[in-house]
Design a protein around this ligand. Sequence first.
Ligand code: LLP
Length: 419
Amino acid sequence: MDHFEYRGGVLHAEDVPLPVIAAEVGTPVYVYSRATLTRHARVFRDALSVLPKVHLAFAVKSNPNLAVLKVLAAEGYGADVVSAGELDRALAAGILAAEVVFSGVGKTAREMRRALEAGCGQFNLESEEEGCELAEIAHAMGLVATATLRINPDVDAGTHEKISTGKAENKFGVPYDRAAGIYARLAALPGLAMRGIALHIGSQLSSLDPLEAAFTKAGALMRAIRAEGHSVTHMDLGGGVGVPYKAGEVFPQPAEYAAMVARVTKDWDATLMFEPGRVITGNTGVLLTEVVRVKDGAVHPWVVVDAAMNDLARPAMYDAWHDFAAVAPDGTRITANIVGPICESSDTFAKARDIDTVRRGELAVFRTAGAYGATMANTYNSRPMVPEVMVDGDKWAVVADRIEPSTILSAERVPSWLE
Ligand code: LLP
């Protein structure tokens, strides 16, 4: 459920008509609904309240906007970060360092030091090598790093191969059958306090079955590690719960997810940690765009919009579907291809899609663009960096400026030997 609805034939974000935002900020622009964000944060949190001990770490990568993080911090979320940059954002939003989980397969020594200085609550280690390096750095700083070991459970998440992370062929975690040995060796290192196991098998999962299989394997490993005399107090179950992108699609609800977790983990006696991203932010945003022109095509017309693959990369990268809707539909439909202005054919949002009829100068949205939207934007073709707006009831504000190509150009230098 979201708060992007038609009133009087015009699409609104909460109480704000989208044409008002387009007129003042220009397009393309991401528009977030604070009410939707808060609602999703609460639904997920409340669903998990059936579990005894829970820690929520919002996956910052899904939407790192400072205003978004502020809202989630106020809802009691910690943060799952994968770079010093994300750590700084989480701290800037008021999330306590102790509530931050540092994930990622390539944490640098500099990032480890920065996170240790800040007091980062947990490092999710992706290898024995990384654990040894972190232990050495922490020990030299006179600190002890709290850590979990990320395992690769070799479970097929059944999602797009580019966002699948829990198969043996993926770079993430340590092989399941070597994990107990690695855990024992890391637990013996000064500078490191091993407290649990972490896993994350992929994103945009449409079924709970692979998650259940992975959690079950993690539970068995937890028992084996405890049987060898090591402490396991925290189990980080990652993110991955998918959201519907097409009207009418049905996905597992947070309550069903929580019921499955409760069943699998009932005798674990551990703090359960979660790293949700998309399920919190996906439906929170739309990408508002203007139709540049409609060009005649060999089979179907080309609707050329002013948003492009640099603003919303998901269709080009993962063949992802985002519903497209006119802001002021006239009730008629056409079959068309929807493309951006960038000079490559991957800049395609939809092929032969049945859509609201749109004409030059009219506004439209790509829905469910709040997760992995603005955060993956770039300036390819020397286009501006797309801005972001947050709506709250009848109030709205620009929460990330459009960065003009001239600003980016001004950061470039011609060396004297080329003058
Ligand atoms: N935890 C870890 C360790 C992760 O790698 C991720 C996402 C998450 C949590 C959050 O997963 P979520 O709950 O959002 O599924 N750019 C892609 C998605 C990449 C996901 C990367 N990792 C997309 O647009 O679909």
